[in-house]
Write a protein that binds this ligand. Sequence first.
Ligand code: HMG
Length: 445
Amino acid sequence: MTAVGIDAIEIWTGNLKLDLPGTFAPEKGEDPEKYTKGLGLNASSFPDSYEDIVTMGANAAHRLMERKGLEPDDIGRIDVATESSFDNSKPVSTYVAGCLEGVFDGDFHHANKGERKFACIAGTQSLDDAYNWIRAGRNRGRSALVIATDTALYARGDAGEATQGAGAVAMLISEDPSLVELSTHQGYGSADETDFLKPNQQFPSVDGKRSVQVYLARMREAVEDYESVAGDVHPDDFEFAPFHTPFPGMVRKAAMLAYRHVTRDTAIEDELADEIGRQPRREAFDDEETFHDAVREYMDSLKETDQYREWYDATIDPTLSISREVGNWYTGSVHVARVSALKTALEAGRDLTGETLLVGSYGSGAQAEIHAETIVSGWEDEIAALNVDEQLEARYDLSWEDYEEVHDVHNHEMDVDVEEFTAPESEFVFDGWGRMGERKYRYVE
Ligand code: HMG
């Protein structure tokens, strides 16, 4: 069977940055370490006044197509995953295609376009759609462009305000990919939940603390479902585990649970038994409460063991390096985590060809999905071609007053005009409104 997977990837960050410990924490009267140590975030990316989900998505896709030497005819499908859409009918992918047609010869008239929605997991669902389209033999030798783009803004004063972010990830899905091959095995954990939603409103209604528990519960179900088709997961089976990262502290919690699960009934549990005892089993307890107390106690001890720390530092921490600097990108977040891990490995000079990633995607509402990917030959060149560090470095550092203005500019209920903070260069920009209320864009050389 021909390999199908991600051939190339590009990241586009919003051009502004909010320093969380330095600018946000003092205004909130909070300890900066709540952000850096508790949530695990240093900064959030924000869109300048001329940026939105279309410009960031089109900019990521433009860079990707140029770098890979692609023409519109090479693309048979464009799917945009977003939960920040501004139109209930016309998909963002049509705007993105319009932008790209302005800079490439040819057009995307024979490409199937759509928009995917299921909170943050929609980016991974779009990958699946592209994979299935190629596997079904309907691609006529062409590739799919999947773009995950969001302006993840919360209402001012919401607890989620500290976890905001804005950026896009563009991925090229092809036969014989040069980055990762997707496996056919998947596991799902899905339930009707009301922890985070946007019922015809721009900013989410969030029950933040519950959303954390829902994330963990659905992720656990997804791992079990994955194991039912792929066999038990063992910590040695995969090099990195990129997970959906609303903030790194969330992944820290998920990693603890995952490690407990995948080491149960293994030699690792046996080795740890002398130091911290064996994992509590439900059947050994009379009621749920005492069982949960015992689990909590076990986890507190597990967290301090050398085995767990070494595994976390090697397998999870490298997936969080970009997220720490950009915040939550919703649909793009798990794909940023994959890039972070591979970038760290490249910088360490590691040879990962043939190694496996265990990818955990999640969307509120709620659904988790687990799948495996194999890193393929060519991954080093693909990751080396990214300019993430330069983009992050070039962001304008917002003052508190600037931040308040920028938030208002992107609030659909407000009509404010604010000077741009950065000068756009070689990128698409928002250029006002058309006669039917459509958004207009232009390319700035
Ligand atoms: P909060 O109440 O502001 O924060 O909201 P907190 O008081 O819970 O503190 C956060 C952490 O910092 C805690 O760590 C504190 O102990 C620690 P924990 O105990 O949980 O490990 N802390 C400190 N650490 C060191 N020094 C200090 C200090 N002070 C506190 N001085 C909350 C946190 C997550 C609720 C909020 O940010 C929120 O509502 N976020 C939005 C929702 C969210 O991100 N949920 C995550 C799961 S759902 C998801 O991922 C889906 C999503 O991406 C959307 C989608 O799918 O579309 C959101």
